[in-house]
Design a protein around this ligand. Structure first.
Ligand SMILES: CC(C)(COP(=O)(O)OP(=O)(O)OC[C@H]1O[C@@H](n2cnc3c(N)ncnc32)[C@H](O)[C@@H]1OP(=O)(O)O)[C@@H](O)C(=O)NCCC(=O)NCCS
Length: 155
């Protein structure tokens, strides 16, 4: 998982890291996600080809008491060599199904404004844009918009 995310970050993927995450950070994340899965506090989806992890995505439930019916998809990552073959769609469909299974009302996510592949993926799954924060993402001196998306599972 660490090497998958590291390869993506090294290639400039908009995943929220400027440098590849350390394995201790990722193992801590995986432990937190696993601990919260049964209670519906989190859900993770993994795609594999043989022994290799080719994709990883997860959501976490909002902790704010008034946002408890809702979850936020924090990361969706597909290995560069496996992109464009339906892996991202499969991960997203698994996360949406898990969210429904836990009675979730709204799924939110955000993405970097120049991420055309992610925009195409999320919009094709019924997510709609509800906001934009201009020049919100800082990568060194560069600035990118953040786009805010949601899908209401009650509709
Ligand atoms: C964004 C990402 C997850 C998409 O995963 P993927 O496995 O390549 O996507 P899929 O093959 O499942 O494609 C699903 C849909 O996404 C859209 N899509 C995928 N790649 C696209 C591209 N390059 N341009 C426009 N739309 C694209 C299409 O709607 C596609 O449906 P279609 O094949 O029926 O046309 C993947 O490119 C990735 O990991 N990128 C780097 C990390 C990242 O940016 N994550 C998202 C952060 S918000």
């Amino acid at each position: 998982m660490t090497s998958l995310l590291g390869r993506l970050v090294d290639a400039g993927a908009a995943l929220g890291w400027v440098t590849p995450p350390a394995s201790t950070e990722i193992s801590g994340l995986v432990r937190r996600l696993a601990a919260g899965t049964e209670a519906g506090e989190s859900a993770a989806a993994i795609a594999r080809r043989d022994d290799e992890i080719t994709g990883f995505a997860y959501w976490t439930r909002y902790t704010r008491p008034t946002f408890r019916p809702h979850v936020d998809i924090e990361k969706v990552a597909v290995d560069p060599g496996a992109q464009g073959r339906g892996v991202g769609r499969g991960l997203m469909e698994a996360l949406i199904q898990a969210a429904r299974g836990h009675g979730t009302e709204v799924i939110t996510l955000d993405l970097r404004g120049d991420n055309g592949a992610a925009i195409g993926l999320y919009e094709s799954l019924g997510f709609t844009r509800y906001g934009r924060l201009p020049d919100f993402v800082a990568v060194g001196q560069k600035r990118f918009d953040t786009l805010l998306y949601s899908r209401d599972l009650r509709l």
